[in-house]
Design a protein around this ligand. Structure first.
Ligand code: ZN
Length: 308
């Protein structure tokens, strides 16, 4: 076995562990959000706050996880991603209340995202050395934050700043490295820089415009910040455009069956963050392949029209 193949296993296990961390963090942020809403006298569910309140004492990053029902501190063998869940049939080992499907889903989802990204990385750069691995690590940090935002927005229609602000910070660092790397083969840095800025304008600027025109009715300001972060991460106007297109496509594919089966009505609130993140993911990993096919197709159509 070569290093790249071993890497897949390592990255998958790391993804499961980080997905487990992301799942626990989602609940801790939720608990803090509820406390904040209460302090600001905003609408909140007192029963939910009562249930999650013990989590507000836990450190956001370093504390051991606990059961959301009985608040028993979980042991290492309760924290084995997916395995623990399967071994207790999805129930808490201590109070036997169901844990829900959220935890295994975010663990498996994060692991799949890690593996897909690793595939993209090693096919682009090979196994690489030094600084490339630092960048790869930063990317994984960004992916974990995106997993938290995805889950949080899907559950509560909100993209919390506690995750968004560090994500934008990491995205800015990655943006400048990306522009620098892309300019290596070119005469000047101007082309890659303009392309990157174009991507930010497409993903962040469009949402800013929609937010401004509708006074926050069509899109939330969280979507504007998410668009900015994703534009920075893609650092390429064509990939940004593709991500936006895919996000809308995935959104429509998701909403139509819901409307047909009457699970959703025209007035239902649908968070856009998860679609945007999904579109971004596909564009990040398969974007250049998709754009390549599109170029070939248009070239082919062009030659057909010439023949006619
Ligand atoms: Zn329990």
């Amino acid at each position: 076995m070569d290093l790249i193949s071993i890497g897949y296993g390592v990255v998958a296990l790391l993804g499961l562990a980080m997905g487990s961390f992301a799942g626990a963090t989602v609940w801790r942020i939720r608990a803090r959000q509820l406390l904040q809403d209460k302090a600001a006298k905003e609408k909140h569910d007192p029963a939910e706050l009562k249930r999650l309140r013990p989590l507000t004492k836990a450190n956001l990053i370093s504390d051991r996880s606990q059961c959301l029902h009985c608040h028993h501190t979980l042991s290492w063998y309760d924290l084995l991603p997916v395995v623990s869940w399967l071994s207790t049939n999805g129930k808490c080992r201590y109070c036997h209340k169901p844990i829900g499907r959220f935890e295994p889903l975010i663990e498996v989802g994060t692991a799949l995202a890690f593996v897909a990204f690793y595939w993209h990385w090693v096919t682009t750069f090979g196994f690489g050395t030094g600084i490339l691995w630092v960048l790869f690590g930063l990317w994984l940090v960004a992916l974990v934050m995106l997993a938290i935002l995805f889950a949080y927005d899907a559950k509560w229609f909100l993209l919390p700043d506690r995750v968004m602000v560090p994500l934008i910070a990491v995205s800015i660092v990655l943006f400048f490295f990306h522009v620098n790397l892309s300019s290596l083969g070119e005469a000047t840095i101007t082309g890659p820089l303009l392309s990157g800025l174009g991507g930010i304008l497409i993903l962040g600027g469009l949402y800013l415009l929609l937010w401004f025109i509708s006074k926050g009715q069509w899109v939330g300001f969280g979507d504007v910040k998410l668009g900015l972060a994703l534009g920075l991460l893609l650092a390429d106007w064509r990939l940004a455009f593709l991500a936006l297109f895919l996000a809308n496509l995935i959104g429509v594919l998701f909403v139509i069956p819901g409307l047909v089966s009457k699970k959703l009505s025209r007035r239902s609130q649908v968070p856009f963050g998860p679609f945007l993140i999904a579109g971004f993911g596909v564009s990040l990993v398969w974007g250049y392949a998709l754009l390549g096919w599109y170029d070939q197709l248009s070239l082919w159509l062009y030659s057909v029209t010439l023949m006619v």
